[in-house]
Ligand binder design. Structure first.
Ligand SMILES: *Cc1c(COP(=O)(O)O)cnc(C)c1O
Length: 404
């Protein structure tokens, strides 16, 4: 009657995905974007596996995530993608964390923080080339560049990068990609003429990495690709491997008569005499309520569909005449090797992204790790933080006490 549920993350897949993407982009470096707890795969573990796979940089959302990486001994360059006036700039600068600035006033705040801590801030100036989210719109770009160059001249900051983000890279052929690329080139030209010499120019997310070599520049920023996922139609190519498997076990099995209503609202009614299995996961744990009567799971090698309304902590599957028992493993999604659904299939059926599927689960069910050897795990656990350098391949499983 084992109802144990878990999200199993294959760190070997993460490592090899990054290696494959690094090979794909040739001379460009890879920044593994590990925001949102590594897309739900675990910040430190995902970051360590990505570095072991050849990522030269890490990208995070907030300063707190960057500080967690530094505290774990990660020495690789880390960029905070999200900029906010009230972020702890001092801490970031002290620990050599790169910050983004998309307007001159924020940039000056960061420079003032750099003055306070006595160390230059490492800045990536962000151009809004057409996403209309963060960054300086083209009309304000010259002002941002000039202000940053003025601060650089005082020694308070260093312009390390110039960057932007694509709005429609996962819509093949969308004209905005060309328009944003042209605007980015203009922004780079203008900054160059003004005297900026950024070490890295970066624009590409996973879909751009996969489809648009002209967006690669010096550095690419895949996030989904690190975990084997992509928002392009059809998902990621076969050479990227989905790293997360979510599985649980049936907690009850029963035989019911034809015409039996199942779960809240009786949105499912059995057609014939059949066997129902009770799955101990619901929308609280991450199964979208829209998976009602829609999402497939794998039990005993057979695809079953969630029967009736997804409840808060449970749902039901109709196994027909498949001989199932309480305790049987239920795989919600995984890499697909053994016939189990993938997160991409769930996403396609539910009208959302694979990212939205995988990030739902791991806050509420335990996460475990596989895909690295016991020796690698031990080496990481016993190494002092100072020995866990960015290029140290034993860093693959900085598991922090997690089961591996
Ligand atoms: C999330 C994010 C990425 C990674 O996007 P993917 O599509 O997951 O590769 C890259 N750059 C920025 C600015 C992001 O916010």
């Amino acid at each position: 009657m084992d109802g144990h549920s878990e999200a199993v993350v294959d760190l070997g897949a993460i490592r090899s995905n990054v290696t494959a993407m690094a090979q794909h982009v040739g001379n460009a470096q890879v920044m593994a974007v590990v925001k949102s707890d590594g897309y739900g795969h675990g910040l430190l573990e995902t970051a360590a596996a990505a570095l072991a796979g050849g990522a030269a940089w890490l990208g995070v959302g907030h300063v707190a995530e960057a500080l967690a990486l530094r505290a774990a001994g990660v020495t690789a360059p880390v960029l905070c993608l999200l900029a906010a006036p009230d972020a702890p700039h001092n801490d970031a600068i002290t620990l050599g964390v790169d910050l983004s600035a998309g307007d001159a006033s924020l940039m000056r705040q960061i420079a003032a923080a750099a003055e306070a801590v006595g160390r230059p801030a490492r800045l990536h100036l962000k151009a809004d080339t057409g996403m209309s989210r963060g960054g300086a719109p083209m009309a304000r770009w010259p002002e941002l560049v000039d202000a940053a160059l003025a601060e650089q001249a005082t020694g308070r900051c260093q312009i390390v990068g110039i960057w932007s983000h694509l709005a429609c890279a996962d819509i093949p052929g969308h004209p905005s990609v060309d328009a944003q690329l042209a605007a980015f080139r203009d922004a780079l030209d203008l900054a160059g003429r003004a005297g900026a010499r950024p070490a890295v120019r970066h624009l590409a997310n996973t879909p751009a990495l996969l489809t648009r070599p002209d967006t690669w520049f010096d550095l690419v920023r895949p996030g989904g690709g690190v975990t084997g996922l992509c928002t392009l139609p059809g998902g990621a190519p076969g050479w990227l491997r989905p790293a997360m498997t979510v599985r649980t076990h049936l907690v009850q099995v029963k035989r019911v008569a034809p015409g039996t209503g199942v779960s809240y609202g009786h949105r499912y009614v059995t057609g014939a005499e059949t066997t129902l299995g009770l799955v101990p996961l619901g929308y609280h744990e991450g199964i979208p309520r829209a998976a009602t009567n829609v999402a497939p799971v794998l039990v005993r090698g057979r695809r079953l569909t969630i029967a009736g309304t997804v409840c808060m902590n449970q749902c039901v599957v109709d196994a027909a005449d498949l001989p199932i028992e309480a305790g049987d493993e239920v795989v919600l999604f995984g890499p697909g090797d053994n016939g189990e659904p993938t997160a991409q299939e769930w996403a396609d059926l539910l009208g959302t992204l694979s990212y939205d599927i995988v990030t739902r689960f791991t806050a509420k069910i335990p996460r475990s790790y596989c895909g690295v050897t016991e020796a690698q795990v031990l080496a990481v656990r016993t190494a002092p933080a100072s020995a866990r350098g960015a290029s140290d391949h034993t860093e693959v499983a900085h598991a922090g006490g997690q089961e591996v």
